[in-house]
Each structure stands twice: as structure tokens, then as C-alpha cells.
Design a protein around this ligand. Structure first.
Ligand SMILES: O=C(O)C(=O)C[C@]1(C(=O)O)C=C[C@@H](O)C=C1
Length: 369
């Protein structure tokens, strides 16, 4: 086969492949439409959104079909896992739209131009609320966007405070001076800087609670995601906030306000700190990034992906998470100790001590499963 014949044959095969790809997209679109119908039917009859048994049946079915077609069953399973995730994202969104909790009521998102503020604004908009955004970063239009939250309409059903922590505390303090029937909540990553303001707002009679969505602003599907709720002195507000997530797959967990930051010290503080230490050490290692980019190891790649996520986050928010948590010093101390213990085991050629570290970690982590 000469070069011209090769090019012609390649072009013909690729054209055929383009046709198959178009068919696959068409079929995926058809699948999504059916999934919407199923979602609506389940919603109308009060059925749960997610059906794990059915998912297993679908995945087992496509694995068998792939096998009999000479395809890798793992490929079929991966593909369909991704399709099912897309189904759930679509069904969750449509379920919220159908529920229309907002019924055209107004929700004010203070700090609504920030990343989590934008997420919350979109989430409430999806439930039928008319969302008003107040944020110094927006231009006031007198209707749905206000640079100063004090100028926004006061007759709203929800006031969500999504500003940086210190600013949020001041806003909650000001809100406590006003009378409002709205459900008020913050979404801060730490609660001790907000606790006094939250508690005095509840004492002043506001329907206030505290919310912590344990996920980032790019999250679409809330399956396997946690939302923490805290009672600050108004139990009804906690239930009202819970109902906002009722038609999602998020797992809502009510925890004690005072316990929150203690838990966040390892969950957020330690995990962020480790990534920062990892990319700082990497940058200081003297090995040029372009050399590392050509190498690949499973653990290194995973670690890089996590570090990249952390490096892309807001430095101001991440500094707040480290510096404003009064339980942070305990975790930093054990982090430093752990690094010293590891280095000591290696430098003193103590394989037993090293083995002990690994075994202890394995046992601890197995208990987390
Ligand atoms: O069969 C259903 O009940 C669906 O909603 C469809 C589907 C799927 O995409 O196959 C999606 C979500 C469910 O958890 C199970 C299966």
C-alpha cells in the first residue's frame, strides 16, 4: 500500500468511526431523555432518586454484553458508571426544579459573587427562588444585584451569608440588629469565628442556623457529599435549612457547633497543609517541573492531582482555614512530630520503626472505611 492509498484508507475508516461516534452521542442523548422520564415518574410517586440495586443490574448487564462482544467488561463498566453519574446529576437538578421549594420567593445571597456564593445562588435558583446577589464585586442594578447588601430588599425568604469569615461575622452581627422572618445561615468553613454572632442573632429572635457544604464550588452532583448543619439556638431554622437539601442526594449531618472546628482541624486544615507542604517541597527540590512532568507513578500522579486542586484554591480562604481555627495548633504539632518521626526512622536506618509507622497507618485507615 503506497502513501496515497494509506491516506485514503485511513480517511475512509475515520469517516466510518465518526459515524459510530455520532451514533453513540445520539444514543447517550436518548438515554438521558429516558432517565429524565424515569426521574419524573419516581418523583411523582415519592420514590427515592437513587436505586443502587438497579445500578448494579445495569452494570452487570453491560459487563455481560461487553464480554459476549469481545469488549473489555471494565471499559463497559467505566463508561456506564459515568453515564449513571450523569443520569443522577440530571435527575437531581430536575427534581429540585420540580419541587420548586422557592415558589418565586426571594433569596438574598450576601457574598454571592464569590465562588461558593455563586454555587449557592445557582443552587437556590434551581429550586425556583428569585436570587438577589449582594457583593462589593457586583454593580448595583437596583433589582437583583447590589454592591451593598444593606441596600438589597429586606422582604426575602432566605438570607445566606457567604462572605469571608471575618466579614460574615460582622454581617451576622448587623443582621441581629434587624427584624426579619427570613431563614438566615452562613456557609463558613470554620464556625468559631462566627459562633458568637450566630448565637446572638438567634437570641435576638432571628431564624438562624449554620451550614457547611463539605464540597467545592464546581460540584454538580451532591451524591456522596456531606452538608453539615448546626443548631445555634433555633431548631426550626435547622429543619428549614435541611429541607433545602431534601431533594438532593447530599447526606445532611447535624453536628454540634462547638465540635465543628475540632473536626475541621484534621479534615480541612491537615489535608490542605499537607498539600501545601508537598508542592512547596517539590518546588524546592531543585528538580525542574518539566522533567517531572515526563515521569509518571500512580501515587505521584494522584498526589499531584490533589496538590493542583489545593494550589488553585483561594489563598485568602485557605489562610483563614489555617489561621482562624483555634484547634489548628494541635494538628500542626502532630504534623511536625510525624515528619520528624519519619525522618528519624529513615536517617537512623531503623526499618522496624518505619514498618511500625506503615502498619499503624494501615490499621488506622482500615478503621476509617
Ligand atoms: O433505573 C432508574 O431508576 C434510573 O433512574 C436510571 C439509572 C441509570 O442511569 O441507569 C440512574 C439512576 C439510578 O440510581 C439507577 C439507574
Amino acid at each position: 500500500m503506497d502513501e496515497r492509498e494509506l491516506q485514503a484508507r485511513l480517511a475512509a475508516l475515520r469517516k466510518e468511526l465518526d459515524g459510530v461516534d455520532a451514533d453513540l452521542i445520539e444514543l447517550a442523548g436518548r438515554r438521558q431523555e429516558l432517565v429524565s422520564d424515569i426521574g419524573r415518574l419516581k418523583k411523582c410517586h415519592g420514590r427515592q432518586l437513587r436505586d443502587f440495586k438497579r445500578e448494579r443490574e445495569v452494570l452487570d448487564g453491560v459487563r455481560r454484553a461487553a464480554e459476549s462482544r469481545g469488549l473489555d467488561p471494565a471499559l463497559a463498566e467505566d463508561l456506564f458508571q459515568r453515564l449513571i453519574e450523569a443520569s443522577l446529576t440530571r435527575q437531581e437538578r430536575e427534581r429540585l426544579q420540580l419541587a420548586r421549594h422557592g415558589h418565586g420567593k426571594r433569596a438574598l445571597v450576601i457574598g454571592g459573587a464569590g465562588r461558593m456564593g455563586r454555587w449557592l445562588a445557582a443552587f437556590l435558583d434551581g429550586q425556583g427562588f428569585d436570587v438577589i446577589v449582594a457583593d462589593p464585586a457586583v454593580e448595583t442594578d437596583g433589582a437583583s444585584r447590589f454592591a451593598d447588601w444593606r441596600e438589597a430588599p429586606a422582604d426575602v425568604a432566605i438570607i445566606a451569608v457567604t462572605a469571608p469569615l471575618r466579614v460574615s461575622a460582622a454581617i451576622l452581627g448587623e443582621l441581629a440588629q434587624r427584624t426579619s422572618n427570613a431563614l438566615v445561615f452562613d456557609i463558613g468553613s470554620l464556625k468559631s469565628p462566627l459562633a458568637p454572632a450566630l448565637r446572638s442573632a438567634a437570641e435576638a429572635g432571628l431564624r438562624v442556623c449554620s451550614v457547611h457544604p463539605m464540597f467545592g464550588p464546581d460540584t454538580q452532583l451532591l451524591s456522596e457529599k456531606h452538608v453539615l448543619l448546626m443548631d445555634v439556638g433555633n431548631a426550626e431554622a435547622v429543619e428549614a435549612a435541611r429541607s433545602l437539601f431534601a431533594d438532593t442526594l447530599a447526606e445532611v449531618v447535624v453536628i454540634d457547633l462547638d465540635e465543628h472546628d475540632q473536626l475541621m482541624a484534621p479534615v480541612l486544615g491537615l489535608s490542605h497543609a499537607l498539600s501545601i507542604v508537598f508542592f512547596t517541597a517539590l518546588a524546592d527540590s531543585g528538580v525542574p517541573a518539566e522533567r517531572l512532568a515526563r515521569l509518571s507513578s500512580t501515587t505521584f500522579d494522584r498526589q499531584l492531582a490533589i496538590a493542583r486542586g489545593v494550589a488553585g484554591e483561594s489563598p485568602d480562604l485557605y489562610f483563614e482555614i489555617q489561621s482562624l481555627n483555634r484547634h489548628g495548633d494541635g494538628v500542626r504539632e502532630v504534623l511536625l512530630q510525624a515528619v520528624q518521626t519519619l525522618i528519624h526512622a529513615i536517617e537512623s536506618d531503623d526499618a522496624d520503626a518505619f514498618r511500625h509507622l506503615m502498619a499503624r497507618g494501615k490499621t488506622y485507615l482500615s478503621e476509617l472505611e
